[in-house]
Design a protein around this ligand. Structure first.
Ligand SMILES: [Fe+2]
Length: 347
């Protein structure tokens, strides 16, 4: 019998993931309750894929609890969780971006986690006020530039990139991307809707819109644009491949509210069969497993007592002003941001 495209996609995903993991972890066998019956196994849906296998293997080594996981697109995994309800095989949902975490919470896909150690490990601005989800790593979305074309002293604020002097020199990410949505949502919260609309209209007038942060960095390096906005870890990866990669980053809004920081994070699913194992995994990822979870993707730890990845210390620094806005605040403004970009003509 020919398999449906969805089945084929799952099979392919499983093959790829299995090829990548060690002995300590396996993956879920598709949807609807077909995960492991082993009561000592925690099952994870993850929209964040960067180097998680290593962190899961370390968790198994430290605790004896096995991990099964399914990687996928955030929105698709969220839909799957909603459709599966109480029958979901997933105990934990890991997602990138506060926008996605807030959506999952609004859909009733998480249950609160009562864990003083976890609450103590993650600063209040980086977790849900009702403990439905917890940030596990921090990513800054800031201004990248080509040092051959731009004096960094010219680059100070996100708002300034709306100035006509950047016309034809700016590369930005598409409006359908959640990173863009969260940045605009934070702008709305910081400066109000009217001023945010003016800024985003200016961006749209100035910018070439590209569909990935990697494409954007390559465009800056090639001189196709002089300035851009990207997440810091994409540039960190470029430096890892090539220390002489010809793009630099400045932290935006250092005289104002600080650079926009987002999170990846996790919660225990509402339909979890093993919420206690889910709690243990998330607590470990925020504490003993923080370095393994964050360094694989060159993100900053949420837990202030954990050391920052040396490449970040060296190339990006650690002493910069981060916008203290709670992730829940801009996550909840996601729909407003999408509407504002449409009004501004930002593709
Ligand atoms: Fe990313």
């Amino acid at each position: 019998m020919p398999s449906s495209p969805a089945t084929r996609r799952r099979t392919v995903t499983r093959g790829l993931a299995l090829a990548a993991v060690g002995v300590a972890a396996a993956v879920l066998l598709g949807a609807c309750g077909s995960g492991s019956g082993d009561p000592n196994t925690v099952r994870v849906y993850s929209g964040r894929q960067y180097d998680l296998e290593e962190a899961f293997a370390q968790f198994t080594e430290a605790t004896g609890i096995k991990v099964e996981f399914q990687f996928g697109n955030d929105a698709e995994l969220r839909e799957r969780l909603a459709a599966e309800g109480d029958d979901t095989p997933a105990d934990v949902f890991i997602s990138v971006d506060a926008g996605n975490l807030v959506k999952a919470a609004d859909q009733g896909l998480f249950q609160p986690i009562d864990d003083p150690v976890l609450i103590d490990a993650v600063p209040p601005a980086l977790r849900d006020p009702d403990n439905l989800w917890f940030g596990l790593s921090v990513r800054a979305r800031s201004i990248a530039y080509n040092p051959d074309a731009v004096d960094p002293a010219e680059l100070t604020t996100y708002a300034d990139l709306a100035d006509p002097r950047w016309e034809g020199r700016l590369c930005l990410r598409n409006s359908g991307n959640v990173y863009t949505q969260s940045l605009v949502a934070a702008l709305i919260a910081d400066v109000g809707r009217e001023e945010a609309l003016r800024i985003v209209e200016g961006w749209a007038d100035n910018a070439e819109i590209l569909d990935s942060d990697v494409m954007i960095l390559d465009a800056v390096a090639a001189g196709q644009c002089d300035v851009a906005i990207t997440n810091h870890y994409y540039l960190a990866r470029k430096y890892e491949e090539n220390p002489d990669f010809g793009v630099e980053m400045v932290w935006a809004d250092q005289q104002g509210k600080g650079v926009h920081v987002n999170i990846s994070g996790a919660g225990v699913t509402a339909g979890a069969d093993r919420p206690e194992l889910g709690r243990q995994l998330i607590q470990w990822l925020a504490t003993d497993g923080q370095a393994a979870f964050t360094a694989g993707n060159h993100e900053y730890p949420v837990n202030p007592s954990v050391e920052v990845d040396p490449l970040l210390v060296d190339r990006f620094g650690v002493d910069f002003l981060r916008n203290p806005m709670s992730a829940e605040t801009f996550g909840a403004l996601n729909a407003d941001a999408v509407a504002l970009m449409a009004e501004a003509g930002y593709r």
